[in-house]
Design a binder for this molecule. Structure first.
Ligand code: DMJ
Length: 448
């Protein structure tokens, strides 16, 4: 499946951001130039899957053709960090080629001004050609999803400024007023009492946990622990005697009556958070992760395509009903299935993943790659770059031996790009770690 998706891109859309697998042409995110979203997002997947020829094709495109000076339109800073910066860094981590690190550093140097704002919350529209940026409303996810990448970049370059800008943002988020301590509101500059672990919020919580795991810094662990307990207390809804569990948004004190596909990553997050901390909450939080994962998979089983559903309603008896059937090749459900497989080795999770594999092949495969589905099960003519970065990687890893990518040694960013935990891989040597200052030290270390 990985080879088929890549070859379709390489044959019909080489040099573009993404493949349109029905019309067999390329699609770019901006009018001026491609940022090679698919090749960058695919590097580590091709490497982990042992597809050497395809990896060489992707890497040659990235090293020879990725030209940030040619991108004259504003790009989404969050997407650029998680997909392009994250993809370049994990390519460097796994392959070791310093050309990939040099590209990553160049990109971060072009983007770093997004953090130079009065609030410390980054602008979310950046121009990588002239290094300017601006912002509309700032969501929790767009502010709180740069920290893994920028902190890693500090450790592998020895330059504190990258960690300083992103971790200063974490301090600013942690300091804002909140109705529910432990949770941060969905939008940071228009405080309006909306709380979520789905779109616009999701990866902030993921990055608290993964930054704590990657750096062993106790304060991020404490913030994550507070957040996970607050999610349990204020957002989690259970039904059918606890068999069904889901995470609706809470807006002005009222929970929605269902969940978004994007919230389904949280099954894996809760389980990973629980096994990496041993206290009186761990067993309960692990079970929440397992229940969230089972519920998200059950939603797939209710779909006539056996896939997806952007939105799932849950009635009072805990019955699931997909009310938005669009399926965009998203990864969150197989992400949690993969993490639960790794942490339990319960065959049930491989069976779930296999059902998804079969549905993808039946419903989404074309001659040229894989497409998403619209609400009627008809093709949505786009092979999103996260299909190769995440969906296929999580499925591949679910059927691989654990040592292909040990979770004790790597954290995966929110686009499934692995970087080493301190003590392993490119961060093996403690002498190379750039010490992380306290809140005041981070402010003092800002490069402006
Ligand atoms: C991906 O780009 C990332 O997983 C992100 O965190 C959320 N949205 C998409 C996939 O659905």
């Amino acid at each position: 499946m990985i080879r088929h998706a890549w070859t379709g891109y390489y044959t019909h859309a080489r040099g573009s951001d993404e493949l349109c697998p029905q019309s067999k042409r390329g699609h770019n995110w901006t009018a001026s130039a491609s940022m090679l979203f698919t090749p960058v997002d695919s590097l580590d997947t091709l490497l982990l899957a042992g597809l050497k020829t395809e990896f060489a094709q992707a890497k040659a495109l990235v090293v020879d053709s990725l030209d940030f000076d040619a991108v004259h339109n504003h790009v989404n800073a969050f997407e650029t960090t998680i997909r392009i910066l994250g993809g370049l860094l994990s390519g460097f981590e796994l392959d070791g080629d310093k050309a990939l690190l040099a590209k990553a550093k160049d990109l971060a140097d072009r983007m770093i001004n997004i953090f130079n704002t009065p609030t410390g919350f980054p602008n979310n529209l950046a121009k990588v050609d002239d290094r300017t940026s601006f912002s509309g409303s700032v969501s929790l996810a767009t502010a709180g999803t740069h920290q893994i990448e920028y902190q890693y970049l500090s450790d592998v370059t020895g330059d504190l400024k990258y960690a300083a800008v992103a971790l200063h943002t974490f301090e600013q988020i942690h300091a804002i007023p909140t109705k529910y301590p432990g949770l941060a509101p969905m939008y940071l500059n228009t405080f309006d009492e909306r709380y979520s672990v789905a779109g616009e919020s999701d990866s902030y919580y993921e990055y608290l946990l993964k930054l704590a795991l990657a750096t062993h810094e106790p304060r991020y662990r404490q913030w994550y622990d507070e957040a996970s307990l607050a999610i349990e207390k204020h957002l989690l809804v259970k039904a059918r005697g606890g068999k069904v569990a889901y995470l609706p948004n809470k807006e002005y004190g009222k929970s929605q009556n269902g969940f978004h596909h994007l919230s389904c990553f949280a099954g894996g997050m809760f389980a990973l958070g629980a096994v990496t901390k041993n206290d009186g909450n761990s067993a309960r939080l692990f079970e929440i992760g397992a229940a969230l994962t089972r519920t998200c998979f059950e939603s797939y089983q209710t779909a006539f395509t056996k896939l997806g559903g952007e939105w799932v309603n849950v009635d009072q008896d805990g019955n699931l009903k997909i009310t938005n059937h669009d399926y965009l090749l998203r990864p969150e459900v197989v992400e949690s299935i993969f993490v639960l497989w790794r942490l339990t080795h319960d065959q049930m999770y491989r069976d779930m993943a296999w059902a998804v594999v079969q549905a993808l092949d039946k419903r989404c495969k074309t001659e040229a790659g894989y497409h998403g589905l619209d609400a009627h099960g008809a093709p949505h003519d786009r092979q999103e770059s996260f299909f190769l970065a995440e969906t296929l990687k999580y499925l591949y890893l679910t059927f691989s031996d654990d040592d292909v990518l040990p979770l004790e040694q790597f954290v995966l960013n929110t686009e499934a790009h692995p970087v080493s935990i301190r003590g392993f891989g490119k961060r093996k040597d403690p002498k190379s770690w750039v010490p992380i200052p306290d809140a005041k030290g981070l402010k003092d270390a800002l490069p402006w």
